[in-house]
Design a binder for this molecule. Structure first.
Ligand SMILES: NC(=O)c1ccc[n+]([C@@H]2O[C@H](COP(=O)([O-])OP(=O)(O)OC[C@H]3O[C@@H](n4cnc5c(N)ncnc54)[C@H](OP(=O)(O)O)[C@@H]3O)[C@@H](O)[C@H]2O)c1
Length: 449
């Protein structure tokens, strides 16, 4: 299966990592790159000022930079990665969502919104269920998933591994690389021979996003984890790799051996970009590791490295490290996208040509069957949103004629692809939205509802 993807903000620090990670990815094919108006019309090679040590991938070098606007996205793109500055993302991402795209975003806007999943696939894949809530709440035909801030991603897998001991409070201090601020973020005159004990909003992001990631989702609402988190964030003159000193208190008082074992035992996810061993642990005979220069490439930059585990009067102390633009940014969005595909949330949005001939209709069971029975052989594109329970099962029962007439029927739902064996009736037992278009011209099928 190949899914065509686009990157918003493809020329930046995170955008370049996306490009690098998508080179030879088994599922995703990059066919659309966007950036600011200054870059539109240039080739990717001209606009990007490639700064990674690997060569600029040939497949993208001559692609033309497009405007960051859904109406000019290449036909066939199904999934969008967003690595825009957050103020730009806040203005632009809704346009892509309204146009029906699935967006895996790295930008910080809306991460704490109660109906937007903030996910790390190895930690809280079940929070993707919030997309059902999102589709109820928002007038979007697409779906939006966020990954957390880079310093939060470095710490949270380690807290998730230790939550079995009853996590009560966390105090963390970070040593963050300059690439975390983007290319123009920190000038060399500011950072060489220096450390800056403040990163705008970073402390608040760590304190809030971690509680959302570790929270419980009951199928309708997400309850934040009750642990107290206090963070202090520092910029230091390393290029890549955030190092963090964590002090954590637990209801039970695990000894350092039990803590190391919990890190080692923590399961990874069955996704292409997820490492076999998510957390690598340095034993007590190597207390000076992890270090950014030596350890940021663990698992090709997608793993977490911990060390220096010890008991203190304030609980357990340890140090953790991750590559901030890979595991902490582009790699995190990529993993979320792999999860979205695995769970059946990626579908074809209307193309620009289609959307003028697209109708949205709502209804319940009987109207839905009536509507679908009026589709004819020329209806080649159907997108069903808000499936009730089991779309694939339902479709196979309700629409064998549609499939036999080579209609392309696309559905999204975690449960849909697994098929729960429920009957046709369950398919439409709550309001369901249909989009139906004839891409090659002709009359639109009239709506109902
Ligand atoms: N760097 C990290 O480690 C990291 C980690 C986690 C999250 N993030 C988040 O990821 C996002 C991107 O960060 P970055 O470090 O890659 O930033 P960056 O290096 O400054 O890149 C920004 C990208 O956005 C484009 N852009 C800027 N203004 C635009 C506009 N008005 N319309 C369309 N495109 C526009 C730029 O295009 P031009 O080249 O044409 O200017 C560039 O492609 C930010 O939200 C950041 O907070 C970064």
């Amino acid at each position: 299966m190949t899914v065509q993807v686009g990157i918003l903000g493809a020329t930046g620090a995170v955008g370049q990592r996306f490009v690098q990670l998508l080179d030879e990815h088994p599922t995703f094919e990059l066919t659309c790159v966007t950036a600011s108006d200054d870059s539109v019309g240039e080739t990717y090679r001209e606009a990007a000022e490639w700064r990674l040590s690997s060569k600029i991938p040939e497949f993208v070098a001559d692609q033309q930079i497009r405007e960051t606007d859904p109406s000019v996205v290449s036909d066939g793109v199904e999934l969008i990665f967003s690595s825009l500055p957050s103020d730009v993302a806040a203005a632009v991402e809704p346009d892509f969502l309204e146009a029906g795209y699935v967006v895996s975003s790295n930008s910080s806007n809306d991460r704490m919104a109660p109906d937007i999943p903030l996910t790390i696939p190895e930690i809280n894949p079940g929070h993707l269920g919030l997309l059902e809530v999102q589709q109820e709440n928002r007038d979007w035909d697409g779906a939006l998933v966020k990954n957390p801030n880079c310093s939060t991603i470095t710490m949270v897998p380690t807290l998730a591994a230790l939550d079995r001991f009853g996590l009560e409070s966390v105090n963390v201090s970070t040593l963050q690389a300059v690439s975390g601020a983007g290319y123009s973020g920190v000038s060399s005159m500011e950072i060489i021979d220096n450390a800056i004990p403040h990163i705008g909003n970073e402390e608040r992001k760590m304190e809030t996003e971690a509680r959302k990631l570790l929270g419980d989702f009951d199928g309708a609402e997400l309850e934040l984890h009750e642990t107290d988190i206090a963070a202090s964030c520092n910029r230091i003159p390393t290029l890549d790799g955030h190092l963090e000193n964590v002090f954590a208190e637990f209801a039970s008082d695990p000894d350092p051996g039990a803590v190391r074992e919990a890190f080692r035992d923590f399961e990874s996810a069955d996704l292409h970009s997820s490492p076999d061993q998510l957390i690598k642990v340095f034993e007590q005979d190597t207390p000076d590791r992890p270090q950014p220069r030596l350890d940021r490439w663990y698992a090709d930059g997608m793993g977490i490295v911990v060390g220096g585990v010890r008991d203190t009067t304030e609980g357990t102390q340890y140090n953790c490290l991750a590559h901030n633009t890979l595991r902490g940014a582009a790699g995190a969005s990529l993993l979320n996208a792999e999860l979205l595909v695995k769970e059946g949330w990626v579908w074809h949005p209307p193309t620009a040509a289609m959307s003028s001939r697209t109708t949205l209709v709502r209804g319940v069971h009987t109207e839905a069957v009536d509507f679908l029975s009026r589709l004819d052989r020329h209806s080649t594109w159907i997108n069903i949103h808000r499936p009730a329970v089991s779309v694939w099962t339902g479709l196979r029962l309700a629409l064998p004629w549609a499939i036999s007439r080579q209609s392309t029927v696309l559905a999204r739902s975690a449960r849909a692809q697994r098929g729960s064996g429920l009957s046709q009736r369950s398919l439409f037992d709550r309001p369901t939205r249909f989009i139906c278009a004839k891409p090659s011209g002709g009359e639109l099928i009239s709506g109902w509802g």
